[in-house]
Design a protein around this ligand. Sequence first.
Ligand SMILES: NC(=O)c1ccc[n+]([C@@H]2O[C@H](COP(=O)([O-])OP(=O)(O)OC[C@H]3O[C@@H](n4cnc5c(N)ncnc54)[C@H](OP(=O)(O)O)[C@@H]3O)[C@@H](O)[C@H]2O)c1
Ligand code: SF4
Ligand code: SF4
Length: 377
Amino acid sequence: MKYRTFGKLGIQGSAFGLGCMRFNGAASGDSVIDEQKAVSLIRRAIDGGVTYLDTAYVYLDRTSEIVLGKALQDGYRDKVTIATKMPAEHVHNRAEMEDLLAEELKKLQTDHIDFYLMHGINREKWEYFKSIGAPEFFEEMKKAGKIRYKCFSFHGPYEDFEYIIQDNDWDMVQIQYNFMDVNSQAGTKGLKLAGSLGIPVVIMEGLLGGRLAKAPENVQALYDAFPVKRSPVEWAFRWLCNHPEIATVLSGCNEEGQIDDNLRIFDTVEPGIMSEEELKLMDDVRQAYLSRTKIGCTGCRYCMPCPNGVNIPGIFSAWNDVALYNAEPSEHYGLREIRSNDQGADHCVECGACESACPQNLPIIEKLKEAWKELGG
Ligand SMILES: NC(=O)c1ccc[n+]([C@@H]2O[C@H](COP(=O)([O-])OP(=O)(O)OC[C@H]3O[C@@H](n4cnc5c(N)ncnc54)[C@H](OP(=O)(O)O)[C@@H]3O)[C@@H](O)[C@H]2O)c1
Ligand code: SF4
Ligand code: SF4
């Protein structure tokens, strides 16, 4: 296992951090956990050198912290740092923040949390956290020794990230980043900004939740043609670890084989390890994925709101995702949300309001029909 320095904190952590959100392959919040298997996977990772464990209050129907707490008995707690999170939806005032932190400490069977994160914030959630006094609460808990570092995890556009990271004194940030997300979410610009401020960056969704682990044919052909043979997973992690700003790359593993594979990969990766040829390969791989794009919707939302409730950018985004990564429509989280919120293309009455507003001049009505058919209607 390679260990890396956490920016201005100066501490060392394992390059591979175990994400505790996916122990049986299910997305957060809708699964029943196999406790014995999860404990054994966590300990296997720690025995292999992992020192960074990431969980959250809401993961796996709120059972992830409990299982992690059990896995960290028998001396394992002293070998690792724990990251867990405060969800905005569950706290409305100081008393509720205190209660939530106390509950998390109890579930984790520990007297302190190392990295405490405001969970999945964008600018709106950050303003909310400020309005209830969360930054001050985190500082007080640091002084009280209940948490060591004040951090946030981020989902949103770069502009929000740039604002949030400079609006407070943060110890660490966690962002979604991988070779496909260079220009989305915080993106490469966000990573570099954090690095310039000395703030360590922890990466989530390095494999896009597993989608980058299975290359479609045109991408696999590029990997196969390269003189050095590596799996898509190894290429993705190697590309990430090439960035010196990154402290730890999280990955949620479901099987012993995945843990072992990742332990092997993270034994070899260091900043600056990628050659010119390898970086060129990853640029070509990104283009090969993008060539599978179904529609050039930029997600600007000028077409919204649709008077009939159709989630136009959401449907186009799901259509592109499914095509890019050869994914199953039924497993696409955003699409499932669209269906359960009744925002499908079947509600389109072809009024044309969206088409006249679209700066890309997309034939939205026709493309919505095509997308909805391919996504299963
Ligand atoms: N704060 C937030 O808002 C937030 C959001 C998302 C995630 N997270 C955290 O970040 C962690 C990492 O994100 P993630 O779980 O999405 O990571 P990821 O690495 O992008 O995806 C994990 C998935 O990749 C596949 N995988 C991992 N190692 C593999 C290997 N060696 N070979 C083949 N497949 C492999 C598995 O997919 P299969 O299940 O298909 O086998 C696994 O479930 C999460 O566990 C969670 O702790 C936080
Ligand atoms: S054409 Fe369809 S999708 Fe577009 S605004 Fe009208 S109802 Fe909504
Ligand atoms: S206006 Fe056009 S480009 Fe913008 S979100 Fe709507 S369909 Fe996509």
